[in-house]
Design a protein. Structure first.
Length: 389
């Protein structure tokens, strides 16, 4: 592995097939396709036809024990990510887990704790939006204090309209036992991650969540969450899968400026000459009678990058290999995955309890309530999630 990493793909579904094609076409420097694993017998023939000569295994443990890979990526259902990650790391194999890191914080914490015992191995997560140059630049602006202290954030992200047929195509989709939730765990994990990555981790959340609101499903298809950052700062997150038009708008208001992002593509950054409280000391007549506007006390910058979705994924894969081979800093360390899971869990828990909950909520309480929903659903064995006594 002096100059190349053999990557094993666990799960040859849509995303796994995309990664396999990247590697087969030699699009990712320093990564080669080492092996493929999938429990679906039909995938063996597909792998043999599309990736001749690449070893195929009908279970991931056989792949891990085969000696054919140095690292793996887990393109499998959410519940399986933590255990596969632990099993790989236990065998001294580097791990790139797909988003989300898991379904509930207790299992992700176990993965993180085990990964911490293997500091010589690379543990990363596929938060490809952290490789979006727009969001990387916005994080720098906020971290550098260019818009001052955050006072309010809002993200409306409803651009993933899903038909009933989408949910009906797979028995596991949009179920508590098969997927672990709806829009929060399937469509919105990237935004939940970016929200806290750029704006900070909130202290508490109060949510109103609709389950099976506009679709015949058991899990959530609409979410409105209000978070409290402390010191009077708040944030709102709105997402849904039934908005045919869809909106993607992020606002970050600071005490010395504001960021507005439209369609995850264009950001307008306004920087005030002084903190807003100082500007509020301007005499009323001076501001209004002379026809002044905020533009007289600020500068405005428009930021836009070309950043294709697939290029972002490829960049994370390359970054993963570069960290293994050269120690290049990771775009998204695997341990960061728990933050988005914790935020999603807190949103669910608040709606189940009907009250504001802290971000350091009781992990066992959440797991017990999740298990109740899996039992009521009656589609999956509860053994997937240990019963909390």
């Amino acid at each position: 592995m002096a100059d190349n990493v053999r990557l094993g793909i666990i799960g040859l579904g849509i995303q796994g097939s995309i990664y396999a094609r990247y590697l087969a076409d030699a699009l990712i420097p320093e990564l080669t396709l080492g092996a493929i694993a999938d429990t679906d017998p039909a995938k063996a023939a597909i792998a043999a036809a599309d990736y001749p000569g690449v070893p195929f295994f009908d279970d991931y443990v056989s792949l891990l024990d085969s000696g054919t890979v140095d690292a793996v990526v887990t393109t499998v259902p959410h519940y399986l990510h933590p255990q596969i990650g632990i099993d790989a790391l236990e065998r001294s194999i580097h791990v790139l887990i797909e988003k989300p890191a898991g379904v509930y914080t207790k299992q992700v914490a176990e993965l993180n704790a085990f990964a911490a015992t293997k500091p010589d191995l690379t543990f990363a997560i596929m938060f490809n939006q952290r490789n979006n140059p727009l969001y990387r630049r916005l994080k720098e602006i906020v971290a550098n204090g260019e818009i001052g202290a955050i006072r309010r954030t809002n993200w409306i992200i409803t651009t993933w309209w899903r038909t009933q047929g989408y949910y009906d195509q797979s028995a596991w989709r949009a179920t508590w036992g098969g997927e672990g939730g709806g829009v929060l765990v399937n469509q919105a994990p990237h935004q939940l991650d970016l929200w806290q990555w750029i704006c900070g981790v909130p202290k508490s959340v109060y949510s109103k969540v609709a389950y099976g609101f506009r679709r015949d499903i058991a899990v959530e298809d609409e979410v409105t969450a209000l978070v409290d950052y402390g010191n009077g700062a708040t944030g709102v997150f709105v997402t849904a899968t039934h908005d045919m038009i869809g909106t993607d708008r992020l606002e970050i208001l600071g005490d010395q400026g504001k960021i507005v992002v439209e369609d995850s593509k264009t950001a307008t950054v306004t920087r005030f000459a002084k903190p807003e409280r100082e500007l509020s000391g301007v005499h009323h007549d001076e501001y209004f009678s002379e026809g002044r506007t905020a533009a007289d006390y600020s500068t405005e910058e428009t930021i836009e990058f070309e950043s294709a979705w697939g290029d972002q994924h490829a960049g994370v894969l390359q970054n993963f290999a570069a960290h293994i081979l050269h120690g290049t800093p990771l775009f998204a360390p695997g341990s960061d995955g728990i933050m988005g899971v914790r935020l999603a869990n807190a949103i669910h828990l608040s709606s189940w309890l009907g009250k504001e909950v802290p971000l350091d909520f009781d992990d066992d309480e959440f797991l017990a309530l999740l298990n109740e929903r899996i039992r009521d659903e009656g589609k999956y064995p509860e053994s997937l999630l240990p019963v909390v006594e």
